[in-house]
Design a protein around this ligand. Structure first.
Ligand code: 5AD
Ligand code: SF4
Length: 468
């Protein structure tokens, strides 16, 4: 049943020993790296692994790219504008390279897995030393050894993408961490490039996930976000187990306070998962449930394999089971063939559900995906207008959603602070993902505090800390 492949321990050991050798050279020279990450949480998590490996090689982290000896861009290719931006960014590094000829420039991530891109990039930008894809992160020590020997190289990995366990990681946040549970995707939504660049879905073993979560919590992490393109199909490629069982397995890890997950695919969010959210005490009452469209005709063309009615039924069941649950979503407007009427079905769904927040996108054709070849592509100006209209509606719905919280008190994990002139405003989230701002001391960063919501401003909730 399971066709998963793992990177053999001997290969990982070989890479670790290259790290040890490189460290002898790098560390005494005080060299630093700068990693810039584009795209989704998967990429953020991959960058943590890359930074962990670079640290093992003896690099320190630079405050910005101007002071770095190694610059790495971790790329995204989900939408086209990311690509254009990246090309501009890489071009701009030429000046830094001229000022510091020893500077190493690398480009990695999803975009490099697209056919021909890695080689094209090396040709087009002579100042780039290294290009690699998402499947060969564990070989970074070996790749860098080649670069130090004067080579320029592109490595993307072929078929049979293997899972590499036990790689190092360097994370910024001491309280909150991402943990991969699946890699890749089997869904082939017709607009989406991810299955082509991240490969077929592979689940990690539940024991490996639990061990990683336990180690993170032992080191002070209290909030874990499980990552997968579709977390609900976790374990479909294993002999046994399910996403619902995984939630229960992780719920009692000592030190864990909040267990989050993303993204959920509506076609696989079953009653067992709903029960697990209700019956576990650490699983947060928030589901990021991308709907993509409110029109059945478009959902069919997108190959989403659920209907508007089925989507609304999941929302209804989750609200019934877990009354304080909040939903966020992803929506694409201007998918090929989307008529005004179909677009209005999306608006009416947004009206009906009342998402806490929505990430909205104009459809962007991706080479190699079925939707890019469909007829009835929508003109850019119509896509833009629909996007504005949708964003306007969601902004109203966010305001409405915020009103519910006035007077509410709950525990907030403080995530950041904004200096607003005379006052420092801290912000953080309740367990159900609602964000609140409140005046407070930056020493509260990464701590849990009780906050009461006093009022709602246009986009945000404002509260005050409650002591005792
Ligand atoms: N065009 C626009 N949006 C897209 N997404 C994925 N592919 C495309 C595309 N080709 C959006 C989807 C997905 C989110 C991560 O990005 O809404 O859920
Ligand atoms: Fe892309 Fe669909 Fe897979 Fe999400 S579920 S990564 S949208 S193919």
């Amino acid at each position: 049943m399971s066709e998963r492949k793992f990177v053999p321990q001997a290969e990982l050991d070989r890479q670790f020993s290259i790290c040890d050798q490189l460290k002898k050279e790098i560390e005494p020279r005080g060299l630093t790296f700068y990693v810039e990450t584009f795209g989704c949480q998967m990429n953020v998590r991959d960058s943590e692994t890359i930074k962990g490996i670079l640290t093992n090689i003896g690099y320190g982290e630079a405050p910005d790219k101007e002071h770095a000896d190694l610059i790495l861009y971790n790329t995204c290719c989900v939408r086209e504008h990311a690509e254009k931006r990246l090309m501009g960014n890489i071009g701009a590094l030429k000046e830094l390279k001229e000022a510091n000829p020893g500077l190493i420039i690398g480009v990695c991530g999803c975009m490099m897995q697209q056919e021909g891109v890695a080689k094209k990039l090396l040709r087009r930008f002579p100042h780039v030393n290294l290009v690699f894809g998402t499947h060969v992160l564990h070989r970074l020590p070996e790749m860098l050894a080649h670069v130090f020997a004067g080579d320029r190289l592109a490595m993307t990995g072929e078929e049979d993408f293997a899972i590499a366990e036990g790689l190092p990681q360097l994370r910024d946040n001491p309280r909150s961490a991402f943990v991969n549970i699946t890699f890749g995707c089997n869904n082939f939504c017709t607009y989406c490039i991810v299955p082509y660049v991240r490969g077929r879905e592979r689940s990690r073993d539940p024991e490996a996930i639990r061990a990683e979560v336990a180690a993170l919590c032992a080191s002070g992490v209290t909030e874990i976000t499980l990552l997968g393109q579709n977390v609900n199909s976790y374990a479909n490629d294993l002999e046994s187990g399910s996403f619902a069982e995984l939630l229960s397995l992780l719920n009692d890890v000592p030190g864990l306070k909040r267990l989050r997950f993303m993204s959920s695919h509506p076609k696989d969010l079953n009653d067992d998962v709903i029960r697990a959210i209700r019956e576990t005490d650490k699983v947060c009452h928030h589901v990021h449930l991308p709907v993509q469209s409110g029109s059945n005709a478009i959902l069919r063309r997108m190959n989403r394999r659920y209907t508007r009615e089925q989507y609304l039924e999941i929302i209804r069941k989750l609200r019934e089971a877990v009354p304080d649950i909040e939903f966020t979503t992803d929506i694409i407007v201007g998918f090929p063939g989307e008529t005004e009427e179909m677009f209005h079905e999306t608006l009416s769904l947004v009206e009906e559900v009342g998402f806490a927040a929505a990430f909205t996108f104009a459809y962007s054709p991706r080479n190699g995906t079925p939707a890019a070849r469909m007829e009835d592509q929508i003109p850019e100006d119509s896509k833009k207008r629909r996007l504005y209209e949708l964003n306007d509606l969601q902004a109203q719905k966010t305001v409405e959603n915020n009103q519910k919280y006035i007077g509410y008190t709950g525990e907030l994990l403080v995530e950041g602070c904004d200096d607003r002139g005379t006052e420092t405003m801290l912000y953080g989230k309740y367990q159900n993902f609602k964000m609140v701002y409140f005046p407070g001391d930056p020493s509260l960063l990464n701590r849990y505090v009780n906050v009461r919501v006093l009022r709602a401003e246009r986009n945000s909730l404002i509260g005050e800390q409650i002591h005792g």
